[in-house]
Design a protein around this ligand. Sequence first.
Ligand SMILES: Cc1cc2nc3c(=O)[nH]c(=O)nc-3n(C[C@H](O)[C@H](O)[C@H](O)COP(=O)(O)OP(=O)(O)OC[C@H]3O[C@@H](n4cnc5c(N)ncnc54)[C@H](O)[C@@H]3O)c2cc1C
Length: 275
Amino acid sequence: MTIKAFQVSGNGVYAQDVPAFAAAIQGAEVVLFPGNSRVKRSVPAAALRAGAAVDTNVVDLALEGDRLVAQRWAYRQRILTTFTRAARPWAVVVDPSLFADVCAKLGVTAETLSVDASSSTRTTVEGLVAAGAGGESTIKPDSPLLFVAGAGWTKKQADGALHLDDAADAIKGFLAKSGASLGSSKSLVDMPEAAAKFTFMSHMNQVGQTGSTPRHAKGLSTCCHGEEPHVVGWRFVNERRAVNLDANCGWAQGKADVLYVADAFEVVKKLNEML
Ligand SMILES: Cc1cc2nc3c(=O)[nH]c(=O)nc-3n(C[C@H](O)[C@H](O)[C@H](O)COP(=O)(O)OP(=O)(O)OC[C@H]3O[C@@H](n4cnc5c(N)ncnc54)[C@H](O)[C@@H]3O)c2cc1C
């Protein structure tokens, strides 16, 4: 495996840095950069240009046979994850204070990245390739109501089947009619099934300890268990209601004012008919 490393310092100019980083990554196997602000600003765009995978905030790298294994922290320094990637080129951004040690450990000497400082820094529009239709944002900080969708929407229901299309229709219908802002649990936004079907939500909708802390006056939670790491994100939401099949869910433990022990599919469908 060929591992290259580039030393990058100073300020740089984004428009000049991106092609230089892309050229360094293009055609290589693994390329290491120190994770300073200059690198972090330009490497994502450069990796996209070079068709490379990119990982940031890496704290350690080790060769295990023919695999290069990386480590980085997740959950705000609570869990240390160890992973590798088959994708090539692979741009690895190492924490700047550890860059020299990681290079030494791998026996790689960092070259200085050559940047063409004479090239123009002005953007010229060469034409419009495709204007995306764009989607309506489901995050509405000014709405009086927060509507939270949890992972229950993607679980097998009483008939033993999944109802992802019905779930998507119910959630979208409620948002359109009520004007509520959409929040989500971490379990839901992390789920690949949800990413495929619930295209109106992303990690940006996640509420909780490792998500957002919105400030809506009221909140309605559906199909979400109401576990503490999620509910801490509700600390500014004073009027709280939840719909859950489980009478012993977290919301019942003093976390909601009213818990409706009911099927959220039926409740939200009925609400949409009434609104
Ligand atoms: C360090 C750390 C940080 C975390 N940060 C966050 C965070 O920021 N945000 C977050 O959300 N989570 C966070 N979590 C995860 C959190 O602990 C829970 O795992 C997560 O919130 C569970 O999501 P959920 O309630 O949607 O899913 P589940 O726990 O799977 O609950 C699904 C619920 O849906 C109900 N249900 C199913 N079908 C129906 C139906 N038809 N009608 C009504 N109810 C139904 C079930 O009874 C169940 O209660 C974190 C965890 C850790 C360890």
